[in-house]
Design a protein around this ligand. Structure first.
Ligand SMILES: C[S@@+](CC[C@H](N)C(=O)[O-])C[C@H]1O[C@@H](n2cnc3c(N)ncnc32)[C@H](O)[C@@H]1O
Length: 325
């Protein structure tokens, strides 16, 4: 596992909704309306930026090992790009590439275009509205069912925390694999470790709240998946799914995000944002005692809340699965 110590002034909001409510898609029995999730997704992706940079180094090494220098990467697809934090990092990591941000939420694609323009990347970053698994509206019907219609070819297909929102995860991996040029690389971020952010006993309520949040997350995640169109149960062995899709040299590696206490303002804001996802349904999800503790943790004035207590931290990991065409 690779440990990441972010720059002390790096933004710290994180990504993985610790107990994150399952993310739904607007058309897909939405648990979440992605279009309004922009600020939260930016905060999450920015806290993970040090991890993403390490992942990109790993991908560049893999490409170089087979004779493909970063400059030989000409087209990159960021599948389910959200507000475009990683899209811009991809454009910076592959300076000769056109990077296409693909997402089903136009407001997030608009944020991506604005972010790319602010960073001087507008000429190489473009956006494409597409609803997985079907693809881009108006793309040739002959493609439907075999590929994600209309997304074209790529030297690198990147997708972080998106494919679990698609009903048939095996099918979407197969479709995306067909977008890869010979020798191209697929990199899927799925799984990892749940977020930890406080000691087991942090002095409020019954010890073990984090484990109960994790259980609640798993249950909601399962409910989210069951509600997706074409929901199909597969063994979530991503390396296996990449291999079944005809790709080779599948590999998985996990990257640690370790922001120790005392957290800076960004780390605290990230935790508050992640925990607030539970607040509305906390009594049903966790029971009244834990719900009351959550309220205390989220009270910005409470000295024992996330905003002020000295012992809050961010510790989590994400796993990246790669394979080549
Ligand atoms: C958890 S966010 C991840 C965003 C980004 N990849 C990141 O790492 O910050 C999931 C993204 O997938 C998009 N998404 C979810 N279901 C989708 C679908 N069926 N087709 C296209 N995009 C989808 C959402 O709009 C959202 O932007």
């Amino acid at each position: 596992m690779t440990q990441v110590h972010p720059h002390p002034h790096a933004r710290q909001p994180g990504d993985q909704p610790p107990a994150g409510q399952p993310h739904g898609h607007a058309h897909h029995h939405a648990d979440l309306d992605w279009a309004t999730e922009g600020p939260r997704l930016v905060r999450e992706a920015e806290v993970y930026q040090p991890v993403t940079e390490q992942v990109l180094d790993w991908l560049r090494d893999q490409l170089a090992a087979t004779g493909r220098q970063p400059g030989a990467v000409r087209r990159v697809l960021d599948i389910g790009s959200g507000p475009g934090v990683a899209t811009c990092l991809l454009a910076e990591a592959f300076p000769e590439a056109e990077v296409v941000a693909v997402d089903a939420a136009q407001p997030l694609l608009d944020l991506t275009a604005e972010r790319a323009a602010r960073r001087g990347l507008g000429g190489r970053v473009s956006t494409l509205l597409a609803d997985l698994p079907d693809g881009v509206a108006g793309a040739g019907p002959e493609e439907a069912g075999r590929v994600v219609a209309g997304i074209g070819e790529a030297d690198l297909v990147w997708s972080r925390k998106v494919l679990h929102h698609v009903g048939d995860q095996g099918d979407i991996v197969r479709r995306l694999a067909r977008a890869l040029r010979p020798g191209g690389l697929m990199a899927l971020t799925e799984g990892g470790l749940p977020l930890r952010f406080l000691p087991r006993d942090f002095g409020l309520g019954r010890p073990g709240l984090q484990a109960r949040l994790t259980t609640a997350t798993e249950d909601r995640f399962d409910g989210m998946r069951a509600g997706l169109p074409g929901s199909t149960r597969v063994v979530e062995d991503w390396a296996g799914l990449l291999t079944e899709a005809g790709l080779r040299e599948a590999a998985s590696r996990s990257f640690l995000l370790d922001l120790p206490a005392p957290l800076g303002a960004d780390g605290r804001a990230y935790l508050a944002s992640a925990l607030s996802r539970f607040q509305e349904h906390a009594p049903e999800l966790l029971g009244v005692e834990d719900a009351a503790v959550l309220d205390q943790l989220l009270d910005p004035e409470n000295p024992e809340g996330i905003a002020r207590r000295p012992d809050a931290f961010v510790l989590t990991a994400e796993t990246v699965h790669t394979a080549r065409a």
